[in-house]
Design a protein around this ligand. Structure first.
Ligand code: DX5
Ligand code: ZN
Length: 214
């Protein structure tokens, strides 16, 4: 079963509660945290996640696009995140491992994320303990970018490694997911699709979510 994770990056932040309720037929709520250093954009922090936690029971899938993410694991876990994704490019491998240990200690699910430049094999040292791998299908930082078809090969490779080493691990893709690209990502092996503009830009949001699920 394919899961849909609407990204609130494309929501109206003044009407965030309303826009969260509008995607309640989806599976996860994807929260993009950007620090203005790992990526050029700045978005939201732990206090906003804490407020979101009060207004929805949805699974909060928090994508940390921040440098040295181990520094923020406890804050986002305490704010109510259900899963945290840390980018492999955001720190040295020992500190990424430390971030994952902190997630265990805080009781949140664990994911690592890959920028388009990062090879699929980079997930291998962590794979057996992960709940999810996030493969970026755009350069992280902004919504509304075009899907990078060159990432289909990375999705396929990560899917193969998941089947070998940790079949329960989910494979999420993020960036440029729309009715045309969703089936390409699913065929390559993704089972969780993040979608910002394709969901919030739709006239009928529940129909858009259902269409992406396929
Ligand atoms: C980009 C973010 C994405 C973004 C996706 O850095 O990680 O989650 O919101 O937006 P769309 O679906 O519009 O490409
Ligand atoms: Zn994201």
């Amino acid at each position: 079963m394919i899961k849909i994770a609407p990204s609130i990056l494309s929501a109206d932040f003044v009407n965030l509660e309303r826009d969260i309720q509008r995607v309640s037929s989806a599976d996860y709520l994807h929260v993009d945290v950007m620090d203005g250093a790992f990526v050029p954009n700045i978005t939201i922090g732990a206090p906003v996640v804490k407020s979101i936690r009060k207004c929805t029971g949805m699974f909060l899938d928090v994508h940390l696009m921040v440098d040295k993410p181990a520094r923020y694991v406890e804050a986002f876990a305490q704010a109510g995140a259900d899963l945290l994704s840390v980018h492999l490019e955001a720190d040295h491998p020992t500190r990424i491992a430390e971030a994952l240990r902190l997630m265990d200690r805080c009781g949140v699910k664990k994911a690592v994320a890959l920028r388009p430049i990062t090879k699929a094999e980079a997930v291998l040292p962590y794979l057996e303990q992960l709940d999810m791998v996030l493969v970026m299908t755009v350069e992280p930082g902004f919504g509304g970018q075009a899907f990078l078809e060159s990432q289909l090969d990375t999705i396929r490779k990560v899917r193969n490694m998941i089947e070998t080493y940790n079949p329960a691990c989910e494979l999420e893709v993020d960036g440029g997911i729309a009715p045309r690209t969703a089936p390409l990502a699913v065929q390559a092996g993704a089972n969780v699709l993040v979608a910002g503009s394709a969901v919030y830009g739709a006239a009928d949001i529940p129909a858009a979510i259902a269409a992406l699920r396929g």
